[in-house]
Design a protein around this ligand. Structure first.
Ligand SMILES: Cc1cc2nc3c(=O)[nH]c(=O)nc-3n(C[C@H](O)[C@H](O)[C@H](O)COP(=O)(O)OP(=O)(O)OC[C@H]3O[C@@H](n4cnc5c(N)ncnc54)[C@H](O)[C@@H]3O)c2cc1C
Length: 380
């Protein structure tokens, strides 16, 4: 029977980054992906990388990820296409301005000193197509930006393979063997594998992997849309990622066009990823209100993928105490591409050194039993 020190379920950004970090520390890794590497949420994502969160844990994690993406090419030998265009949050409600004042104080206290307030006039100079008449204030962090999900994922996957990790596509996990209160192996579509350590990196499907071991992992799938326009010179390649916080509309330059996204906050959870064209019309209507010139942009392509959402919009990172040998790295709630680099390194440290250089206890599964949930509020 095949065996491995650790089996990683899922070959999105999280599984591939973790395969790399564990292999670097000489752990014998088998990663199993039922489709192809990076083809699910990771391949559908907008590539946004930001540090402007409301919870301190997320800011610290993200500062680390940003540093890792800045050095990605040098460390991994593959470009990340990380372009630090900055993220500009547009705030239109007095309560948002109040909340972001607290955020800004926290950001500065923990070292995100480059984040700053921008008034509506300056925002309009930074992003000339904006309508800022109802904007009360904005925050901007110049070290935020966008990177390439395909490059980062394939870079980690290739580096993991060079270090000896086995990454297999087209193999699904169908069961988890549990005996004597611990993980003993996994069942797959190509046979059984003996292992005493399973990492659930199955993104929007993380709950189904938990159920195979009798665990309730609280992650629900939510459809999210993206549209990309044809060539649109009014949004140059240097345009910051711009977020209309009230509606969750965001846009950033993509090739010679513009990538536009917005959450449908009315839609219940589900696994459907067909494009809802009626909803896309709403996205373009909101885009035209916030940036009127976008009304004239032609649609080049559109798609939908899944967010993997937890009750507090924070990831679940670390061991699940109910079952020895079962670890979780999922539930990123729409921030997994940017969080995976740091999450993979910190989880590897927690496993092998019993402590991580940044405290990730706020992401521990135990928080759900304690009812100690602190919602991440900067969710788009
Ligand atoms: C439209 C959209 C925009 C987004 N924008 C951003 C953004 O700007 N920035 C950001 O950080 N994040 C963004 N996200 C979120 C981000 O895409 C996810 O948080 C991230 O990709 C999660 O990575 P993952 O590896 O955990 O999951 P995935 O990439 O979904 O990987 C999980 C893998 O597990 C596999 N799997 C499931 N079940 C099994 C099984 N039984 N056996 C084997 N394999 C299995 C799946 O096939 C899948 O490939 C966006 C998401 C969407 C949909």
């Amino acid at each position: 029977m095949e065996s491995a020190d650790a089996v990683i379920v899922g070959g999105g950004i999280m599984g591939c980054a973790l395969a790399y970090q564990l292999s670097r520390r000489k752990v014998d890794v088998l990663l199993l992906e039922r489709a192809t590497l990076g083809s699910q949420s990771t391949g559908k994502c907008a590539g946004g990388v930001r540090q402007q969160f409301s919870s301190e844990g997320n800011v610290r994690l993200q500062k680390m990820s940003v540093g890792m993406l800045e050095r990605f090419d040098e460390e991994i030998g593959h470009p990340a296409d990380f372009r630090q265009l900055g993220y500009l949050f547009l705030l239109t409600q007095p309560q948002q301005v109040e909340d972001f004042r607290h955020n800004m104080a926290m950001w500065h206290r923990i070292g995100l000193t480059e984040a700053r307030w921008v008034d509506p006039m300056e925002a309009a100079r930074m992003v000339p197509i904006l309508n800022v008449e109802d904007v009360l204030g904005c925050t901007f962090c110049p070290t935020d930006g966008i990177a390439s999900p395909a490059d980062v994922t394939s870079g980690y996957a290739a580096a993991a393979r060079r270090l000896g990790a086995r990454l297999k596509e087209g193999v699904a996990i169908t069961g988890i063997e549990v005996a004597s209160g611990r993980v003993q192996g996994v069942r797959t579509t190509t046979g059984d594998v003996a292992t005493r350590l399973v990492f659930d990196c199955a993104g929007a499907w993380a709950a189904s992997i938990g159920r195979m071991a009798g665990l309730e992992i609280p992650v629900l799938p939510y459809r999210r849309h993206i549209a990309v326009t044809g060539a649109f010179p009014a949004v140059p390649r240097t345009n910051p990622m711009t977020v209309d916080f009230q509606t969750s509309l965001y846009f950033h330059p993509e090739g010679d066009g513009v990538l536009i996204g917005m959450s449908d906050r009315e839609e219940p959870p589900g696994y459907v990823t067909d494009v809802n064209w009626d909803f896309l019309e709403k996205v373009f209507a909101q885009a035209a209100r916030r940036a009127p010139a976008l009304a004239g942009a032609g649609l080049k392509t559109a798609w939908a993928g899944l967010y993997e959402v937890t009750p507090d919009h924070q990831a679940i990172l670390g061991p699940i105490p109910e079952l020895e040998g079962f670890w979780c790295a999922a539930g990123f709630s729409g921030h997994g591409f940017m969080q995976a680099p740091a999450a993979a390194l910190l989880l590897t440290q927690l496993l092998l050194d019993q402590a991580s250089e940044i405290d990730i206890s706020s992401f521990a599964f135990e928080r759900f039993a304690r009812g100690a949930l602190v919602k991440e509020r900067n969710v788009i």
